[in-house]
Write a protein that binds this ligand. Structure first.
Ligand SMILES: [Zn+2]
Length: 84
């Protein structure tokens, strides 16, 4: 496969939905092509961040814990004196 073909396979590759043939072709190209390897890397990271932030948004309790922690962190930074 060439770079353009790889990009078109990329989302299925990340989701593990490729047939064994295209899967092997994609892996072969990724092993040889730095540029596509970088694209794969940053795409995977973006998807991961997106899923993480979505999970936090879907979980009110976890979001509350994170907010509380952020508030504590900010309070400590400003000398521990809460805003009145
Ligand atoms: Zn490539």
């Amino acid at each position: 496969v060439n770079c353009e073909e790889l990009v078109s396979l990329l989302s299925d590759y990340i989701d593990g939905r490729l047939e064994p043939g295209p899967q092997e072709a994609a892996e072969g190209h990724l092993a040889e092509c730095d540029r596509c390897h970088l694209v794969l890397d940053s795409t995977q990271r973006t998807i991961l961040l997106y899923r993480l932030s979505r999970d936090v948004a879907l979980d009110p309790h976890r979001r509350l814990v994170l907010l509380r922690r952020l508030e504590e962190h900010c309070a400590r930074r400003s000398g521990g004196d809460p805003v009145r």
